[in-house]
Design a protein around this ligand. Structure first.
Ligand code: ADP
Length: 277
């Protein structure tokens, strides 16, 4: 965030970079990307937390394969830990089939609880998996916490990109820099014949990033096994770090951290909102 940002935005004590992961719409793989980036950063030796703020569909405990839920010690919540990442999610506190119907102030309060009353310890990076779209959680997080900058995940289609651009505009309005864009489900490699299929077209996110003057952090293929592995709690960044997906996540995680560190070293104007730096 820039020096000129809202005065009430405060650093989260003990946490160097708070990085929200956003998307314009649901189903583009935002949670999958958040989890695997967190694991890739932890595998690179960073101290990493993962906050699942997607309270309408908290899927992080499943994707991460969390074995033991968080516990309470001295009135503070000690996060669960899996694949070297500290994990907190609404999914730990509600029954799976329970719908969450909350209004803005309650959402904001829950986010405060997750940020203030969780014993995150010292972290290099806290990845925050946001709900899709541009709602109260996004607003509340940007106003309250000093952020390194956001990451936006999109699929390559025009329609997905248009809604992703809305999310980017919101960060611009909230004076939160966008550290970069990631294209998920960029292309499909047929497991049978190895042919590359560009189901949704490819490269749209890279072009959007260029047009907006934002870094493009990388493209991830659509991989059939990834869905099954995610449902089984085996993120490829942990399961197969040297496989294609594992290596791609590591590369994107490295670029993301480099962007966050560059921003921290020289906070400039916020990027986003269609502007460019
Ligand atoms: P979001 O958080 O944007 O709603 P999820 O991360 O929950 O999206 O992903 C939606 C579904 O798509 C999940 O079943 C997930 O396993 C699957 N998925 C995500 N990325 C990929 C990919 N690159 N290849 C195959 N399946 C994917």
């Amino acid at each position: 965030m820039s020096e000129q940002q809202r005065p009430e935005a405060r650093p989260l004590p003990g946490v160097q970079h708070v990085i929200p992961v956003a998307s314009g719409k649901g189903g583009v793989g935002k949670s999958t990307v958040s989890a695997n980036l967190a694991v890739a950063l932890a595998a690179a030796g960073k101290r990493v937390g993962l906050l699942d703020a997607d309270i309408y569909g908290p899927s992080i405990p499943t994707i991460m394969g969390v074995q033991a839920p968080p516990r309470v010690e001295n009135e503070r919540v000690v996060p669960a830990e899996q694949h070297g990442v500290k994990v907190i999610s609404m999914g730990f506190f509600i029954r799976e089939e329970q719908a969450v119907v909350w209004r803005g102030p309650m959402l904001s309060k829950m986010l405060d609880e997750f940020l203030q009353n969780v014993d995150w310890g010292e972290l290099d990076v806290l990845i925050v998996d946001l709900p899709p779209g541009t709602g109260d959680i996004q607003l509340s997080l940007c106003q309250k916490i000093k952020l390194a900058g956001a990451v936006v995940v999109s699929t390559p289609q025009d329609v997905a990109l248009k809604v992703a651009q809305k999310a980017i505009s919101l960060f611009g309005l909230l004076e939160t820099p966008v550290l970069g864009l990631i294209e998920n489900m960029s292309y499909f490699i047929c497991p049978g014949c190895g042919r590359r299929e560009e189901i949704f077209g490819t490269g749209g996110t890279r072009r959007a990033a260029e047009a907006l003057g934002l870094p493009f952090l990388g493209a991830l293929p659509l991989v059939t096994a990834l869905r099954a592995e995610s449902d089984a709690g085996r993120p490829p960044a942990a399961l197969d770090p040297e496989g294609e997906m594992g290596r791609t996540f590591r590369l994107i995680a490295d670029r993301l951290l480099a962007e966050a560190e560059a921003r921290a070293a020289s906070p400039a104007e916020p990027r986003g909102a269609g502007g460019g730096a």
